[in-house]
Write a protein that binds this ligand. Structure first.
Ligand code: CA
Length: 230
């Protein structure tokens, strides 16, 4: 579904027409396919039917706000990565967005170069792909090539970033990864990420991977980091 650094299909959901146009133009210049929708419902519909590689999602939108668009995309198990556009300084929006299933965020106002760099970083996978790899811990299985995760034979729908975090942990079961190391592995030393972001992803993963099973697999070592083991 996700192709490394090739042409990405990107949907921009942004009601500021001029900004949407600038973003699309910059993306097209960068070799990607970009289209824009200017309200939440239209955007949601396009994202669900077209399943683009990436959705750039403004939060403050007419007809349906960005948080609701994001929630519905994730409910529908839409595999698109989602980058939300937040207002500068609104930390709680960033956290709420990540909790709701966003893969990344960018604070407005931003430069187009910054946006393109962020989008291309999202296009790279967090971990070098190893075709055909099957990662396993107890009854949890990850098919790396098809980006599919199951537990006890049941499919677990993960957002792309959740998948990346779990993949890092599953590649070395029992090894403890510090929050900083996870940040670096997933986000390539992007200084804007703090350890709280990792904590949110771990919480999201726990809800999906462990909540319905008696044996927890994702473990926290207080003040040290995270590990996966049976
Ligand atoms: Ca807006």
């Amino acid at each position: 579904m996700w192709i490394n650094n090739l042409v990405m299909r990107i949907l921009v959901i942004e009601d500021e027409m001029q900004l949407a146009r600038h973003i699309c133009r910059a993306l097209t210049r960068g070799g990607h396919e970009a289209s824009a929708k200017h309200d939440g419902l239209d955007g949601l519909q396009s994202a669900l039917t077209e399943q683009p590689d990436l959705v750039v999602l403004d939060l403050n939108l007419p007809s349906l706000d960005g948080f609701s668009v994001l929630a519905r995309l994730r409910e529908a198990n839409c595999p698109s990565r989602v980058l939300i556009l937040t207002a500068r300084g609104e930390v709680e929006h960033r956290i709420k967005g990540l909790k709701a299933g966003a893969d990344d965020y960018l604070a407005k106002p931003f430069s187009l170069d910054e946006l393109i760099a962020r989008i291309e970083a999202l296009g790279r996978r967090g971990v070098a792909p190893n075709a055909g790899d099957l990662l396993k811990v107890a009854d949890l299985q990850m098919d790396v090539q098809h980006r599919r995760v199951t537990r006890a034979g049941k499919i677990i729908a993960l957002s792309p970033r959740e998948f990346d975090v779990l993949q890092v942990l599953l590649q070395e079961p029992g090894r403890v990864f510090s929050r900083t190391e996870l940040c670096e592995r997933i986000w390539q030393r992007d200084h804007e990420y703090d350890t709280r972001t990792v904590e949110i992803f771990i919480t999201r993963l726990r809800k999906k991977v462990d909540a319905h099973f008696t044996l927890p697999l994702i473990h926290t070592l207080r003040l040290v980091g995270y590990t996966v083991h049976a």
